[in-house]
Design a protein around this ligand. Sequence first.
Ligand code: 5GP
Ligand code: ZN
Length: 112
Amino acid sequence: MDCIFCKIANGEIPTTKVYEDDSVIAFNDLSPQAPIHILIIPKEHIASAADVTADNSAVIAHIFEVAAKLGKDLGLENGYRIVNNCGEDGGQTVKHLHFHFMGGRQFGWPAG
Ligand code: 5GP
Ligand code: ZN
C-alpha cells in the first residue's frame, strides 16, 4: 500500500522521531503550525477516525497515554491541543489516522 505514514512507521522514510513503541510512533510534522507540532500515529494502518472499531480501538487509548506523556516530558503544563482531521470535510489530507499534538502557543477556537 502506498501510504506515507506506513512508510514512516516502518522506517522506509526517515523522520524526526520523538517517541516510538510497539504500536505507536510520534514524529515532528513537516509543516509545523505551532512551536511544537507532533503527529502521533498507530503503526497499524487505520485510514481515519471513521475506521475505528472495537477491534482496533485499544491503540487510540494508548495514543492518548503517549500524548499525556509528551505533554509532561515537554513541560507543557499550561496545556496543548490534540486534533484529528477526519475525512474530506474534516480536512484530512493523509489517509492514515493521526493525531496532531500541538503546543507552545495559545490556540483559538474553533479555528486557528
Ligand atoms: P491532515 O491534514 O491529514 O490532518 O494532516 C497531515 C499532516 O501531515 C500535515 O500537517 C502535514 O504537514 C503532515 N505531513 C504530510 N506529509 C508528511 C511527511 O512526509 N512527513 C511529515 N513529518 N509530516 C507530513
Ligand atoms: Zn498507512
